[in-house]
Design a protein. Sequence first.
Length: 272
Amino acid sequence: MKTIDALARGLEVLRSLEERRGQSLAELHRATGVPKASLLRILDTLEQGGFAWRAIADGRYRRRVSLIFRPGLDDELLRIGEIAAPFLESLRRKVIWPSDVLVFRNLRMELVETSRRQSNLGVTTYPIGFRVEMFLSAPGRAFLAFCTDAERDAVLADAAAHPPTLARARQVLAGGELPAILDEARRLGYASRDPLFGGTEEKEMQLYDDRIDAIAVPVRHDGKLLAIMNLVWPRKYKLKAQIVRAHLADMQETAAAIAAAADASPEKRSVE
């Protein structure tokens, strides 16, 4: 029986998208042998049909989590990024500055989507899967402020067993600053990046500095914390007060929209 060539090529592309880290157009071309012009048409069809999506963070194509019969934890977390992507892009167009969405995984915040790549405004871009420090970053502090007591205790126990590399993080913990920092985040509705944090938990600020500032808000629905969303901008502009005044409500509305979309997704209902 004669097969349908176009369908066969589409299925071959879909199989190649099983890579959770995603595939670039060039990688898909090498893996499938499909000409790039045809490949773009196939990918566009898969996206429109709900079988694939292209992350704004890295431009890589991935198969949708909805195609997995029994999603694992990694797939469920990546699904938050998949859902968040259009909301982040809409927010970026409105407020200019880009945002990240991060989830809690293995005692760190992990990046699952970002609109930094689209901003062209001189902010450092990190890849999907980048793990973010908990005590100095805006997302880490926002998570600790709004998570459950058990989750917070687990992070603190890990820090006690494995003290942070950064001197400022050790100071925040040993000096008893953290409870006040978290109380302020709850009172204000957002957490702020520590001014002495350079963007990585591995190197002091004088050795690595991404030169950004950030605030972060919780993404939660019916009392459940699903993720953290931030807004970032170059630190040199000293925009924090202005951004809080002008865009905190926009951030909170976007976070609420992401949470509602995640709660309503068929994949979530099937897992439950």
